[in-house]
Design a binder for this molecule. Sequence first.
Ligand code: PLP
Length: 500
Amino acid sequence: MSQVDASETDRLSEAIGRILPALEDFNHFQGQDLAGRQRSTWMAALNQPLPERGVGLDQVLRKLTETIIPNGLRIGSPGFCGWVTTAPTTAGTAATLAAIVAGSQRYFIQPFSYLETVALRWLAELLGLPSDLQGTFTSGGSVANLVGLGAARQRAFERRGHDPARDGLPPDSRWRVYASSEVHHVVTRAAAVLGLGRRAVANIAVDAAQRIDLDHLCEALGADRAKGILPVAIVASAGTVNTGAIDPIEQMAEIASRYDTWLHIDGAYGLFGVLDPRVAPLFRGLERADSVAVDPHKWLAAPIGCGAVFVRDRALLARAFTTEPAEYLEGTAGTREMQSSFDDLGEPHHHFGVEHSAPSRGVRVWAILKEIGAEGIRERVIRHNDFARHLASRVDEDDRLELLTAPTLSICCFRYRPPQLEETKLDDLNTEIARRLRVDGAYVPSTTRVAGKIAIRPCYINPRTSLAEVDGLADRVREIGDSLVPGGIRDVGSPIDRRA
Ligand SMILES: Cc1ncc(COP(=O)(O)O)c(C=O)c1O
């Protein structure tokens, strides 16, 4: 019997010290991003057969520093504004490393599990959520929405004398979840996973500002009620991933109570927007939600893998997600006098979601909020919302750029639109502009569709972004567009000339 494990379990400072310079280099995002173009090189270096004999820690660290880290994904670079996730800031990164080493489970009595509770309380307070909601961290917005809707499902069927967590869904019933056509597709998938089915999600039309149309919502609810269809939940997006639109929460809360159904808010991206006094009134009614999803790994720039959900009814949430007690786990944690960390499981988060073993995530949120305070994140949200407004005004001033919807939060959807070009060519043109932006790599927005039209969609949540990147994007879209459309630049001049 071998007495010594092959893994190194020591030399942590040495190992981390070895990769740190490569990580810091990476974080400066110097030069062009060549990882995509040079993928055959690093893929060949990594695509090796399973080693029968390990090569040892030193070789692993070398591969990390020379091949893997330098080709990493540059979503933290200042000009990247494509998604609603970004690279983490330093405090969250250090806290995550600390949790991996010293708090690698969120159970029992120890500071990392305690910080789950503290960080959830801080988040609720920061975002203006009632203090008595049961919060739990999740891997992200997908699971946060799944958990919120799982609790909604539990309530809806329990009201009909049926326990869906225990018995599954009753075969003789019909049910519906109501959300706008702009709802994030993870909500639709959550309905699939919960056995409600994707088709149970009624895609309610949106108004010109991309918010759910309340008349259509009420019509759908009324028509379904007449047919005996059970309303499981109404989902308000706050804000949407495409444009940042915030559904009218207060009116939806009113409608939910009229139809005796659950109000779930998907605030994965936009809930931090409540910190901007200009936008805060749009979140009126938030306190009436039955469940709320919010992602610290979006605007708070926590390391990826950090979402959260808050549910009004703790007991109901536990009925929806409880795992039966297991001797190996609960058996060690009795009511005896606390003599060891393992005598008490602590807050039973494994009964409030779909994960059993899970990392301690609260410490990331705690570290970030401790570092910059409510003031720091408030200032970031306002700055990013300002960026979107600034870009919108640049677009408005430019006769070759067109705003597709006015920003509510930090997303600005616009397109290049030369006067002489017919509508049918604009989607391809703007798709090509976005492709060229990705090749350049200096400013990387995504595209989306707004009322069927392809839009260039920067979403500002990245703490490293400055106004220079916002102006740079407007200039570059204009330049690329002018280069693609013959006669453009000579006719109207470059935006830089016109502003001078
Ligand atoms: C509004 C909204 N909901 C849900 C999600 C899904 O979150 P995640 O990617 O963390 O699972 C996103 C992701 O961008 C989002 O913007």
